[in-house]
Design a binder for this molecule. Structure first.
Ligand SMILES: [Mn+2]
Length: 349
């Protein structure tokens, strides 16, 4: 059980024996329930999920692995947490500054609170079989979105129309919603990694970047393909081929027990060797799961170690201001036998 894994990890690292979890995504990870206010996990006592009147009946019916406690309207949750935690120190995942102050006042001192999201971040980075199945399905659906975009892209079509067709195809393929705001950028707006999806009209010779993801039972996927409308120029082909090679080199370095930064550096080397290093303005990738950006981080500075069960993106890019850009991205599963692409839509070129 995930809660037991948290306790074991905390004991190993000699951390406080009581966790108070406020982040709704973390609460879902441990209980399978959305819509609770806080989750108290203690080494000795009972684990308690605090739920307001709005979602209380549903929580009582659905949550089996922890005790569900009602927060009546007007009741002070921090009081209840402090009463029931009975610990010298509480580990906190994430909390707004205002709530942190209220909790510190209630427990008597800020010294009794310890910010600790790291243990949970590491647990969530390693996906179990069920999580991988859901991400695989989200990736299959995203492939359908890319296929629909590829069929839609032509001169005279707007960025928004491309996004609309892609999202419609994903819905029909079983998506519960988008994993993040779909990016469809054409022409010079491809030079902004997060540009696009407006009323711009695609013209002959444009780059078109399509970056999208699906959500399937709360798990997400992430894929990018770059298209060239009409006959590609030499300059376009050089940018495209460089990114494609960088993506492949990075993929070969997404290995269990390797440092995450090695994959980033492999991609960066290819782009630098082609003389375009300064145009690769972001990290190689990030973990994907319940959130679109989670651990591990694939950047030159990352200290993360890749492990079997990690699901990460491999997404190098080249962005030339005023001209355009190319990004190619797949969602990749780390296995003990090597990396495996979960997104499989064909590359555009
Ligand atoms: Mn991404």
């Amino acid at each position: 059980m995930r809660i037991d894994r948290l306790k074991q990890a905390a004991i190993k690292q000699n951390k406080p024996d009581v966790f108070v979890i406020f982040n709704p995504v973390n609460i879902f990870y441990f209980t399978g329930f959305q819509g609770a206010a806080a989750l108290l996990i203690s080494e000795q006592g009972e684990n308690v999920l605090f739920v307001g009147t709005l979602n209380y009946e549903q929580a009582k019916a659905e949550v089996k692995n922890v005790q569900v406690q009602l927060l009546k309207q007007g009741e002070n949750m921090m009081d209840k947490i402090v009463q029931q935690a009975s610990a010298k120190k509480l580990a906190i995942d994430t909390l707004s500054i205002d709530s942190w102050r209220v909790l510190a006042k209630t427990i008597g001192s800020e010294d009794k609170l310890e910010p600790n999201n790291q243990i949970i971040r590491c647990l969530r980075a390693v996906k179990d079989e069920e999580e991988i199945k859901r991400i695989q399905e989200a990736c299959r659906i995203a492939d359908e979105g890319i296929k629909a975009a590829a069929q839609t892209i032509r001169t005279g079509i707007t960025e928004r129309q491309v996004a609309a067709e892609a999202e419609y195809a994903m819905r029909r393929a079983g998506s519960d919603g988008v994993a993040f705001g779909t990016i469809t950028a054409c022409g010079a707006s491809c030079a902004y990694p997060h540009g696009g999806t407006g009323e711009r009209i695609i013209s002959e010779g444009d780059f078109v970047i399509v970056d999208l993801g699906a959500m399937y039972r709360l798990y997400r996927s992430d894929i990018t393909r770059t298209f060239i409308v009409g006959k590609p120029s030499q300059r376009q082909l050089k940018m495209y081929e460089t990114v494609k090679l960088a993506q492949q080199k990075a993929f070969e370095n997404i290995k269990a027990h390797a440092l995450a930064k090695e994959a980033d550096l492999a991609a960066r080397r290819v782009i630098e060797d082609a003389g375009m290093g300064k145009f690769f303005v972001h990290n190689l990738g990030h973990g994907v799961g319940l959130e679109i950006h989670e651990a591990p981080v694939l950047s030159p500075q990352s200290l993360d170690l890749l492990e079997p069960g990690n699901v990460v993106t491999d997404e190098p890019g080249i962005y030339v201001p005023g001209y355009g850009g190319v990004r190619i991205e797949d969602t990749v599963l780390v296995t003990k036998n090597g990396p495996e692409k979960l997104t499989k839509a064909p590359y555009a070129h």
